[in-house]
Design a protein around this ligand. Sequence first.
Ligand SMILES: [Zn+2]
Length: 72
Amino acid sequence: MQQKITGFHQDDEQHWVAELACGHFQHVRHQPPWINRPWVISGEGRRSMLGHILECRKCDTGAPADNKPNAL
Ligand SMILES: [Zn+2]
């Protein structure tokens, strides 16, 4: 299911995680040369992706909503 990005946070390993409108989280790693998301490195880049659509596989499987591991 396609969902909009509503925010971002970092997990325990400092990887960026997108927060989706459906309440699910999805990692948006930048691991060149395999995964290239240079926009995730900068605050400006992340802000430019707010409202962008990601395919949420958790919605397709009916997974419960994710919760932030630690409140920031
Ligand atoms: Zn979802």
